[in-house]
Design a protein around this ligand. Structure first.
Ligand SMILES: Nc1ncnc2c1ncn2[C@@H]1O[C@H](COP(=O)(O)OP(=O)(O)O)[C@@H](O)[C@H]1O
Ligand SMILES: [Mg+2]
Length: 285
């Protein structure tokens, strides 16, 4: 059985059970680094305060998860992240009976814990979730804000601080799943894109410690590859890969080799595409 979830507590893990906006935001210096792009922090905060579920749309590696970690820290909420996929069932998430000695005891799953404790529940790649998981979240995403635990025959009301956030990568690869309109329309939605050059350069510098001039070159290569639509790559180069390249360069690996292993190889297995992308990198750094 696979449990695709991580529970992260903010450094100061105060769990407030009343929403008191003035006193439960954390000072910026204790938060994970997040470069805001388009007023998304304010939107998130309003969604949280008004108990509206939030959908983050955007390609892989563009900062969705980092944003949620940042907001959980800022709002001083525990963050429960669940990577949705075929093997994660609603039982894994809601809970199950386990045998302990001669007794059978109930153990809450991560979703139930998040609902009870008022955490931020982040369902990563919601479109990959099984239908039983989607059904389980329906009553959490509307005015009811409750979770039905079928194995106990119990319905639990969400803690007032509870918030549901999901991510979705729209039509990024053939064969990947779509979200049903009936699910999509339960969320307000925010669109993420790879940041513009200046912002992305700053992210590379902050994330890796690389100098400005090399960061600029790496971002230029990234944008060049993003514009080469004729290559027909399944997915283009993400901010995450550019950060990885910067980390390797900053750590002392040769620049070209860093670009090859962090940017080119993860994008393609095609021999010709690999050669042309490597040439492009070698020319630009
Ligand atoms: N706006 C941003 N601020 C800070 N770091 C960012 C930002 N966008 C992307 N990153 C960097 O890119 C990496 C991948 O982002 P992540 O949030 O994991 O992507 P996603 O969840 O969209 O796949 C992060 O670990 C971080 O280094
Ligand atoms: Mg992510």
């Amino acid at each position: 059985m696979y449990y695709g979830f991580i529970v992260k507590l903010p450094a100061t893990s105060l769990l407030h059970h009343k929403i008191d906006n003035k006193h439960n935001t954390r000072p910026m210096e204790n938060l994970p680094f997040y470069q805001e792009i388009n007023n998304e922090a304010e939107i998130f905060e309003h969604a949280w305060r008004n108990k509206l579920p939030l959908l983050l749309k955007g390609p892989t590696g563009c900062g969705k998860s980092r944003f949620v970690e940042f907001m959980a820290g800022k709002l001083n909420r525990k963050l429960v992240t669940i990577s949705c996929h075929e093997e994660t069932s609603s039982t894994d998430l809601i809970g199950r009976f386990i045998i302990k000695g001669a007794e059978t005891v109930w153990v809450d799953g991560p979703m139930t814990t998040a609902v009870k404790e008022g955490a931020i529940l982040y369902l990563d790649e919601l479109a990959e979730a099984r239908p039983d998981v989607i059904v389980a979240i329906h009553s959490l995403t509307d005015h009811r804000r409750e979770l039905f635990i079928d194995k106990l025959g119990e319905t639990i009301k969400a803690n007032p601080n509870f918030m549901l956030v999901a991510s979705f990568n729209p039509g990024y690869q053939k064969g990947f799943k779509e979200l049903k309109p009936s699910t999509r329309q339960r969320f307000i939605a925010l669109s993420f894109q790879y940041p513009e050059a200046k912002t992305e350069t700053n992210i590379l510098e902050k994330e890796s410690g690389i100098d400005h001039s090399n960061a600029k070159k790496i971002v230029a290569i990234g944008n060049k590859i993003r514009n080469l639509t004729e290559l027909g790559l399944a997915e283009t180069v993400s901010t995450r890969l550019l950060v990885d390249a910067s980390v390797l360069i900053h750590s002392g690996l040769a620049k070209r080799q860093s670009m090859h292993v962090a940017v080119v190889e993860p994008l393609t297995d095609d021999e010709h595409t690999t050669t042309s992308l490597k040439d492009l990198c070698d020319l630009m750094i």
